[in-house]
Design a protein around this ligand. Structure first.
Ligand SMILES: O=c1[nH]c(=O)c2[nH]c(=O)[nH]c2[nH]1
Length: 307
């Protein structure tokens, strides 16, 4: 029996980078949280404490900030691709890099009925995400981009049913033909990089907004028989809209709203007053996949299963 070093990676987590474009009086803001992770032959650092191959996490941080200026930071996907490719291409021991990014959106403050040039109000909606993996060198190099969002909180007050489910001795849930449906949606979609083409010329912003719009439209307009059905229809609509997406993975907590019992007060409750239950929550997860899509390779892989 021998005890050996397993998979490992290292990097600087959660670099909170705010990039301002101030070339004109109308400033632009990009507010992101960037995590880097480098993979390669870093065994000596663990086994003997030899740092010869280790590019410090501090250097990774400095590079992430510097690239926000040097290479620009507008769309998070190409920024992540450039940063990941730099670590793999220019830092000898690095064979793979994964960059995870969250973006916090700001909207312009409105002053005297007009959008302000340099004052912003944080948007309370979803957080945009990206996970970029670059591996290998030269002609063997592969790049993966997963776009996404989390915390997109959606609620509809009708147009949702849940009945006809399997019942056993422990089933107490009443069927319903009219309920509130609410979730805080997480979605991640995988780009087919050959079809994206030049990342610098691709419309990352338009695609992001288009996916979000489609997801919201399906949630609103589909008369839902279960959150499972809603997820599938959302994913299908997104893949139909964008042929360069291979798959979409979604995680949807079912934020239960239970009708509150007002009968002790002699009141009827015709789907008007609910208790918004915090936990436990149903957790519905589904992926929707194009069956001829290229294999995912390491696009989703998190080394060592580290969270
Ligand atoms: O949309 C739903 N899907 C379920 O699987 C489920 N289970 C449950 O108790 N409520 C719901 N709602």
């Amino acid at each position: 029996m021998a005890i050996v070093l397993g998979e490992h990676q290292y990097g600087k987590a959660e670099n909170r980078i705010v990039r301002i474009y101030r070339d004109s009086p109308r400033h632009e803001i990009h507010d992101v949280n960037v995590s880097t992770a480098l993979r390669g032959a870093f065994d000596p650092a663990h086994l003997t404490g030899d740092q010869g191959a280790v590019l410090p996490t501090d250097t990774q941080k400095q590079t992430a900030y510097s690239y926000a200026k040097e290479k620009g930071l507008t769309s998070i996907e190409p920024y992540g691709l450039t940063l990941a490719a730099h670590f793999v291409d220019d830092v000898e021991p690095v064979t793979g890099a994964r960059i995870e990014i969250e973006e916090y959106e700001w909207e312009r403050a409105v002053v005297d009925g007009a959008e302000h040039d340099h004052t912003f109000v944080r948007k309370g909606q979803e957080v945009r995400t990206a996970a970029i993996t670059v591996e290998g060198v030269g002609a063997d190099q592969t790049s993966h981009v997963i776009g996404g969002f989390k915390d997109l909180v959606l609620l509809k007050t009708t147009g949702s049913e849940f009945h006809g489910f399997l019942e056993d001795p422990y089933t107490v849930l009443e069927p319903t033909s009219d309920r509130i449906m609410a979730t805080s949606l997480v979605a991640k979609w995988r780009f087919v990089m050959d079809e994206v083409g030049d990342p610098a010329a691709f419309d990352w912003e338009g695609v992001y907004l288009g996916i979000k719009r489609t997801v919201i439209e399906v949630f609103a307009t589909l008369h839902s028989l279960a959150l499972q059905q809603t997820l599938y229809e959302m994913g299908k609509a997104v893949l139909e809209q964008y042929p360069f997406l291979a798959e979409i993975r979604m995680s949807a907590p079912n934020k239960h709203h239970f009708l509150y019992d007002l009968s002790p007060f002699g009141l009827t409750n015709d789907n008007e007053v609910f208790n918004a239950d915090d936990r436990p929550y149903g957790l519905i997860q589904a992926s929707v996949v194009r069956d001829d899509a290229p294999a995912a390779g390491s696009a989703w892989t998190i080394a060592g299963g580290f969270a």
